[in-house]
Design a protein around this ligand. Structure first.
Ligand code: CMP
Length: 137
């Protein structure tokens, strides 16, 4: 079993899509091991996305991610990291396959409904950034 870190982003929470996305997560076979609703500060978003600090969209990304509450999730499944990325679809909803979360719920490359770790090292960093050991069941 593998764990990955996921976010239901502020655009999806604001549009009251969190329940539908959680239902899709469970239907896809993930076990939720940690979950919290949190309104990130700009500094918390900047720390989380530090690898993107030099990208031109960094300011836009961190302002958006701190614009409203999001749902932070620890998800478990066999091959959870790839499985969650496949469930989300491509970063840009316009390029995402039919049936993926970003195709169905994303509005743009920035407002793309969900986030997921892209590798084991990233998953370890991201899970540890937001969850203490006692919060993961
Ligand atoms: P996410 O998986 O959360 O990881 C980094 C995020 O940066 C990505 O999803 C996108 O939402 C966002 N992103 C990537 N490229 C762009 C872009 N060109 N403009 C705005 N946001 C972007």
């Amino acid at each position: 079993m593998e764990r990955t870190f996921a976010i239901i982003k502020p655009d999806a929470v604001e549009r009251r899509l969190a329940g539908q996305i959680l239902a899709r997560i469970e239907k896809a076979g993930f076990t939720v091991r940690g979950m919290r609703l949190q309104h990130l500060s700009q500094a918390e978003a900047e720390g989380f996305y530090a690898v993107h600090r030099s990208r031109p969209f960094f300011g836009e990304l961190t302002a958006f991610m701190s614009s409203g509450p999001c749902v932070l999730l620890a998800l478990e499944a066999d091959g959870a990291i790839k499985k969650w990325r496949d469930t989300m679809g491509a970063t840009d909803p316009a390029k995402a396959d039919a049936g993926t979360l970003r195709k169905d719920f994303g509005e743009s490359i920035g407002r793309n409904a969900t986030h997921g770790s892209d590798a084991p090292e990233t998953a370890a960093f991201e899970l540890g950034y937001f969850f203490r050991g006692m919060e993961l069941l």
